[in-house]
Design a binder for this molecule. Structure first.
Ligand code: 4GX
Length: 249
């Protein structure tokens, strides 16, 4: 079974997150397990110190080598033989995307370091960390929210975590397209009607409309995700229709 440990000074933050939604259900159903590891348990001085001032001066603190190293070794022993990668959440890492998530799901599990302060002593990263992972180009106050993003995305890809309906839905945009718009009752709200095609019960037409929306929205909002030359003839024609509709309005 896939097992992740998150090393953090805020274990309660991770533990509460693990109770909710798809991830919480996956854990309760025994499809994966996640533990929060309190870094301070590996700091043995009177104040349980996990950080210190930076060599070279300047503002901000740096996470010490020893508590992190001891925590990692304890977690590796606890789950001996599982051969798990040590991950550090960091803006300096390879940026997470669906392809990267799918690679990580193939592993036995992860030991995830969620750092605070200015960062972690570089020698710990060099000697103990296999991969640094960034969730995007913005600055967080700690690695915990990044670790939660990673865990959520990974859990959804573990077989059985999503129900049949959710999985089928997922497959339809695993091909790297943005989702289509969604509507629910009432039929008219604030003077806006639901697109007529969705009300007719013609499932072939609805499928075509949704595909056209996915292609069109991806092409307009995220042209970096779509290569028009690689589309099937049918997709090309749907995308053309979408763009013509746009221009004609
Ligand atoms: N995607 N942060 C980590 C401390 C830190 C800095 C360097 C290790 C090395 C972030 C992100 C992110 C802020 C989490 C700095 N730890 N993490 N933290 N963006 O901004 O993952």
């Amino acid at each position: 079974m896939f097992h992740a440990d998150v090393v953090t000074i805020f274990p309660e933050m991770i533990e509460s997150f693990l109770e909710y939604g798809v991830l919480g259900r996956g854990i309760r159903n025994g499809l994966l397990s996640v533990d929060a590891c309190d870094l301070r348990e590996f700091a043995y001085d009177r104040h349980r110190t996990v950080d210190d001032r930076a060599y070279g001066g300047g503002p901000g603190m740096v996470m010490k080598y020893q508590p992190l190293c001891d925590a990692i070794n304890a977690l590796k022993l606890k789950e001996a033989g599982s051969d798990r990668k040590v991950i550090c959440m960091s803006p300096q890492g390879r940026q997470l995307d669906q392809q990267y998530v799918n690679e990580l799901v193939e592993s036995n599990g992860l030991i995830i370091l969620a750092g605070r302060y200015e960062g972690i002593d570089e020698r710990l990263i060099e000697s103990e960390v296999d991969e640094e992972i960034s969730i995007g180009d913005y600055v967080l106050s700690g690695g915990e929210p990044a670790a939660m993003v990673l865990l959520d995305a990974v859990a959804r890809q573990i077989p059985g975590v999503l129900g049949d309906m959710e999985s089928a839905k997922q497959d339809s945009y695993m091909d790297g397209l943005l989702d289509c718009p969604h509507y629910t009752r009432p039929e008219t709200v604030a003077g806006k009607r639901v697109p007529q095609v969705l009300l007719n019960g013609n499932h072939k037409e609805i499928e075509k409309w949704r595909r056209k929306q996915m292609l069109g929205r991806t092409s307009v909002r995220r042209p970096d995700l779509i290569n028009a030359e690689n589309l099937s003839a049918e997709d090309k024609s749907l995308l053309n229709d979408y763009l013509e509709d746009l221009a004609g309005r």
